[in-house]
Design a protein around this ligand. Sequence first.
Ligand SMILES: Nc1nc2c(ncn2[C@@H]2O[C@H](COP(=O)(O)OP(=O)(O)OP(=O)(O)O)[C@@H](O)[C@H]2O)c(=O)[nH]1
Ligand SMILES: [Mg+2]
Length: 397
Amino acid sequence: MGFFKKLKERLFDRKNKNKEEEIKNDLLESTENEENYEHETQEKNNDHQEEKVELTKEEKSLIKKQKKLDKKIEKQRIKQLSKEQKLNKYIAGLSKSGTNLTKKITELQSSHNQLDEEFFEKLEEILIMSDISISFVNLIMDEIKKEVRVENVKDKSLISEIIADKLFTIYANQSTVDTKLNLDNEGLNVLLIVGVNGSGKTTSIAKIAHKLKQEGKKVILAAADTFRAGAIEQLNIWAKRLEVDIVLPDKEGADPASVVYKAFEKTKSENYDVLIIDTAGRLQNKVNLMNELSKINKIIEKFVPNAPHESLLVLDATTGQNGVLQAQAFKEVTPLSGIVLTKMDGTSNGGIIFTIKDKLDMAVKLIGLGEKIDDLQEFDLDSYIYGLMKGLMPNEE
Ligand SMILES: Nc1nc2c(ncn2[C@@H]2O[C@H](COP(=O)(O)OP(=O)(O)OP(=O)(O)O)[C@@H](O)[C@H]2O)c(=O)[nH]1
Ligand SMILES: [Mg+2]
């Protein structure tokens, strides 16, 4: 089976659809039984009135079973619906990148008759231009050429499927693919958010808070970006809009660590599930930033051992390879547990995700696919590749 077909099977949950059919059949069967039963019951009841009580019990059990099956089907339907909604977010958010890649590969296919060295050179260029690091491109190109040679592929229309397959396998085979936020069910979870100015920290915090609140968690924010008054106010507005608590600095320019301290003091008296800390990412002065973050980290550890549960670096996808250099600098300043890749909807070079993997060996945990509050999604490789390469997939698969 081809890669695209397998990808669609995973995304559109064909297995679950079959399961749903099974449940429906089960239900039909039990309803048929019930109808037979009702028929028999009526006949019997005409003769023996006293048997009615026992038979009604049987009926009750059948109805109970039916309700249970109904619930099961509804649950499955909701699960599938939210999966489809998520995929639609990916498709919309990646439309710039997807259109760009589709256009270039289609052009390449129509302008070349053979899968020869020139074809591969042009393909390599397309991949590099889509913000994939040269080392990752080299790896993919080697694998693509190998497959074409070993399988004796002549049909150039198959090349997009081979690219998708190789992107997927190389990404998935490299060590870190864990995309879940590391949150405990018990006690206070702490998320520290870092990143350069304008990368999308504050808005991502709002989106994360919204998501967690929807999951029933009690969230509190700490405005530890005390560098600009505007930053504090921005987070404050979000907190009001989302109806989550916030701890603000006493004054602009206050020690960020003092805000974090105040936030922990507040969590002592109330039961919060998650504390999210906004920070000022002034990478211009590495030593200052390092000191500031290490002071914050010390306070976090003092209140909650083994915290922060996540130290997320927010990266702006539109900054391309520059962003990756920033991330490398951040990695030297403070320990990081994952990446929030924002503004994916604003770039036409969707390959940045592979560069992050290649250069940083860090998992992208959340991906920003638009400006709306629910546009920050858990990263999912299948949906990502689908969004990027949808235009290259044959419809019938
Ligand atoms: N289109 C799009 N815009 C985004 C996304 N994430 C953030 N933005 C926008 O990026 C801009 C900057 O976001 P902020 O959250 O203020 O960035 P910040 O890192 O907190 O910036 P500073 O506080 O200055 O350090 C805002 O206009 C956001 O709406 C995204 O995924 N897609
Ligand atoms: Mg901010």
